[in-house]
Design a protein around this ligand. Structure first.
Ligand SMILES: [Zn+2]
Ligand SMILES: [Zn+2]
Length: 146
């Protein structure tokens, strides 16, 4: 976490020294800061900014840092202080409908998705290769796992 802070500090310093092009750097800072998944250390639940927290009226695209102060883990009820940034991730996603796991290292060669394709780079019309045959189970049915 310290490395990340230094990285952001570095961006701010660069922005200050270059002066004119500040907004571009601020955007970079926002990107570096936001959209990071956080893990509840109590129960292992992962807050996924791309999904948001529908049960607490938090829309998709809400960074963890932007969550209201009264946010609690939807599983165990722990507060935001019990969450830690997820630094190292496998990038694997689980289909909550059937249990299929999308692994970016493998991709889905049979369906033309090359190995190394990150889940977020999958096409919007992507459906689960297992249960998508029965119902239109799309990307929104997937959650990040360790
Ligand atoms: Zn929890
Ligand atoms: Zn599925």
């Amino acid at each position: 976490m310290r490395g990340r802070k230094n990285y952001i500090k570095g961006l701010i310093t660069t922005a200050q020294s270059t002066g004119t092009n500040g907004t571009c750097f601020i955007e970079e800072i926002l990107m570096a800061r936001g959209m990071q998944p956080y893990k509840c250390v109590v129960c292992g639940y992962i807050y996924e900014p791309e999904r948001g927290e529908p049960g607490q009226k938090i829309p998709p695209g809400t960074a963890f840092e932007e969550l209201p102060a009264d946010y609690v883990c939807p599983v165990c009820g722990a507060g935001p202080r019990s969450f830690l940034i997820l630094a190292e991730r496998s990038g694997r996603y689980l289909c909550v409908a059937c249990g299929y796991i999308y692994d970016p290292e493998r991709g889905e060669p049979r369906r033309g998705i090359a190995a190394g394709t990150a889940f977020r780079d999958l096409p919007d019309e992507y459906t689960c290769p297992v249960c998508g045959a029965y119902a239109k189970v799309g990307k929104q049915a997937f959650i990040a796992i360790d």
